[in-house]
Design a protein around this ligand. Sequence first.
Ligand code: GLU
Ligand code: MG
Length: 449
Amino acid sequence: MPEKNNLKQIHKFLQESDIKFVRFVWCDNANVIRGKAVHTKMLSHYFEHGVGISAGQQGVPVMYDAIVPKSDLGPVGEIRLVADWSTLKALPYAPGHARVMGNMLLNGSAWDLCPRNFLKRMITAAKSQGFEVRAAFENEFYLLRQTPEGITPADSTLFASTQAMDINNEVINEIADALIAQGIPVEQYYPESGPGQHEISMRYTNAMLAAEWQIAFRETVKAIAYRHNLTASFLPKIFADAAGNGCHIHFSLWRDKKNLLPDPQGACGLSPVALQFIAGILHHLPALMALTTPSTNSYRRILPHSWSGAFKCWGLDNREASVRVPSDPSLGCPSHLELKTVDASANPYLALGAIIAAGLDGVQRDLAPGNPVNQDPGCLTIEERASNQIERLPDNLGQAIAHLQQNDTLLTALNPQLAKAFLAVRQAEWQAMKDWELNTEVSKLLEKY
Ligand code: GLU
Ligand code: MG
């Protein structure tokens, strides 16, 4: 990757890497990763002002290629997708192609509906309160074969099965190599609970890079799987009777290279600011879910006893709490927080930006998260849950949309234009898909996520 935004340097890098096309990439309100590729010989024409895309692209849902009603978007209006050259990467899985993330600009300034700009704004808001946010996306995905009889998992083994590691050895190693070639540190790998389900975790980094890596991760896993005649899918729930695909988001707050979360004196070893941040997330979670679990299919995954964060509560090492506080033996106190109520049908810029907005609101208003929960909330009676202020989170997208429509904090953070288009896309998806059976969702959405 070239050091500076210098056309000459970039050309040199592209030539050395034998790149023919540079993909200008964006991720839309439906969380579809899209790109327009410019041939390297023509790049100078697009270097400064990027490629043109219709403003209406931010009003397109996942299930068809047209602008949804009530998005305030239409066929008129052009946005420039201008490369952030610091993100330029040669694509190990697509020889001759490179990827660069685009910022959406209108008349030379950040467009109100640009998801990347939303995350940038939330990072700045955190900074103005003295916080640097670091994060990591922890993806689960299925490796599948498409056969005339339907889809079948690439293995039929159990959680952490070393047999599954052997069966999928080549494809997993190639994914890891391709991630590392893009500068993404691979941390852990293990087969997950479902047949053919896997998890590869990336090291944490600053919030913007974490979102960037999430785009790269999804593209890489899918593309390498295709090269092995497999279909990789991040669809939250594929098989009714097997584990869903989560994409838990891990995060921490820093100032002057110091992690602000640990505090040996605090509840569960957490500082006051960590507790306030948790409280903000829990307070806003029913609305936040429209951004973190934004698909109709997402809600098939969020069930009690499935480690997917179905209840509004937090707890130390509690995998049934929506906010898990993982213990950290190296510090003696937790080093970061994990939101489980997230899946990879979420646009990473919007999901992470909204998490930051919710957490900061908790800090600003000095909210308290209630008592940590140290048992499975799904095993408590309704009365016990009520007396501990543990609520069941929305169990369909329609409910999450209704919560977001009432949530001034998140709507204001998004800004009116982005909020309007995002909600219109969610609403259109909900109306179109709310009565679909699981098998229809799977056949229509398997390859979309
Ligand atoms: N598959 C679970 C989910 O849907 C997560 C399992 C785990 O804790 O890694 O979120
Ligand atoms: Mg997992």
